[in-house]
Design a protein around this ligand. Sequence first.
Ligand SMILES: [Zn+2]
Length: 150
Amino acid sequence: MTVSAETLPWVLAGIPEVRWLHGDDECDCVFQRIGDWTNPYLGRTLRVRLCCIWAELYKQFPQFVQEIPAYYDQNEDAYYTRPADWNGDTEMSRALWHRQEAAKLGITIAQARKLLAGQTPPQGKERVNGRKQRGKQTQGSSRGSASPGA
Ligand SMILES: [Zn+2]
């Protein structure tokens, strides 16, 4: 992070060392959401770990929450309980990989993070003439998108 020379020392004390980003894997929420607002005319930035705040709200209002252990395919109007194989163009993000393995193995995200430490996430599939190279089709690999979603 670069800090302008105009920045006063007392302001530096309020600048966090870690910048929260979507997919930063800094919390154990299945779907990470970071609110991020900044304005140069105000000289202010507001970042909120919405996912963590929402998790606390869910505990207070469980009657308004449906946590479903399946992917809902809107086109098929069907639920799929098996996480799809990675089919993205680039390497799967570690945050998504940790959540996928947690879902596959029935363990916590923290456990998956430890289990996969030092290992390489699933790699992207090369494109030839704009089309993905298809490997051996496995159950579930053709549905859904490759968007991070975590
Ligand atoms: Zn969170």
